[in-house]
Design a binder for this molecule. Structure first.
Ligand code: AMP
Ligand code: MN
Ligand code: MN
Ligand code: MN
Length: 285
């Protein structure tokens, strides 16, 4: 079986490994094709491609775009995007400007609770200074002794109703899917099990996503409990969406490792079924 992992992060966003290190880890784990999908930035793809070429791994150019929809933050993964396309590049740049402004407000909010210097601390943790995110705040809060681990840092801080959480308006679903499609890519709903939607809201969301030209949904992801795989495989089929598989790897020792996931259920139509770069891999033999 081909080992295809279509969701992971480098230190261009909130992962800890460089793009080349992510590719090397994927190869060591037996991955045949890997998508690097950093949050709101495509700056890691050049180094990832060079590493993939040297090692003989197929790299899928990806991105994970932050979107506001129905009062929630949702993530849309773009696969096989053209990182140089101006609609995509300019749109992502605007999101990153918003992140810097949000990070300042997060720092101010934590200061209200007596935790000072968080913005500067998180900024130090971010390798890409345009991509400061909640994970960088979480790493700093742990290092400062405000929480024992990343999970607890998110539970005590940085999540709705807690210090360090500020509302933020990301881009629209229409923009995210539109930029991905304009650049030649396929739009995929990331980790649908993570959103606080009820069944009706989730169906409305998937209808809207499809109507905009969205084509895929993650079924097997590090964010889903194995007991949820069947539910999302059924949902993919019911909505005519192709199924994706990705660990959402961020760091060694945190969550599922790259390529270490079960296969898609056999009745799913994989997002990669018509991709020419995988055609030689997929020939029957
Ligand atoms: P941001 O886009 O800056 O709001 O940060 C979102 C990122 O935070 C996600 O991509 C995850 O990497 C991380 N994250 C969100 N919630 C949690 C959680 N409960 N535990 C650990 N990491 C989380
Ligand atoms: Mn992340
Ligand atoms: Mn995500
Ligand atoms: Mn992710």
């Amino acid at each position: 079986m081909l080992n295809i992992d279509l969701h992971c992060h480098s230190n261009v966003s909130d992962g800890v490994l460089s793009p080349a290190e992510v590719v090397a880890r994927a190869a060591a784990n037996g991955v045949d094709a890997l998508a690097l999908t950093d949050h709101d930035d495509v700056a890691g793809l050049v180094a990832a491609q060079a590493a993939a070429d040297a090692i003989g791994l197929t790299l899928i150019k990806g991105v994970e775009i932050s979107v506001s929809w129905g009062g929630q933050t949702v993530h849309i993964v773009g696969l096989r995007v053209d990182p140089a396309h101006p609609d995509l590049a300019d749109g992502l740049y605007d999101i990153r400007l918003g992140r810097i402004e949000r990070a300042r407000r997060m720092g101010d909010d934590l200061a209200q609770s007596g935790i000072f210097g968080a913005y500067e601390g998180a900024y130090d943790y971010a390798v890409n200074k345009q991509m400061v995110g909640r994970t960088h705040f979480a790493r700093w809060l742990v290092a400062q002794g405000h929480a024992p681990d990343i999970r607890t840092a998110f539970r005590r801080f940085l999540t709705r109703g807690n210090p360090g959480y500020v509302e933020h308006e990301w881009t629209t679903l229409e923009n995210a899917v539109g930029w991905i499609r304009a650049s030649g890519g396929m739009a995929v709903v990331a980790h649908p099990g993570r959103y606080a939607f009820n069944a009706r809201e989730l169906h409305l969301f998937l209808d809207a996503f499809r109507a905009l030209g969205g084509e895929g949904i993650e079924v097997i992801t590090g964010s889903h409990h194995p007991s949820e795989y069947g539910k999302f495989a059924d949902l993919a089929r019911a909505f005519g969406l192709k199924a994706s598989r990705g660990a959402d790897f961020h760091a060694p020792g945190e969550g599922i490792d790259i390529g270490r996931l079960p296969a898609l259920p056999h009745y799913c139509q994989p997002v990669w079924q018509d991709w020419p770069e995988l055609a030689t891999h997929l020939l029957p033999h």
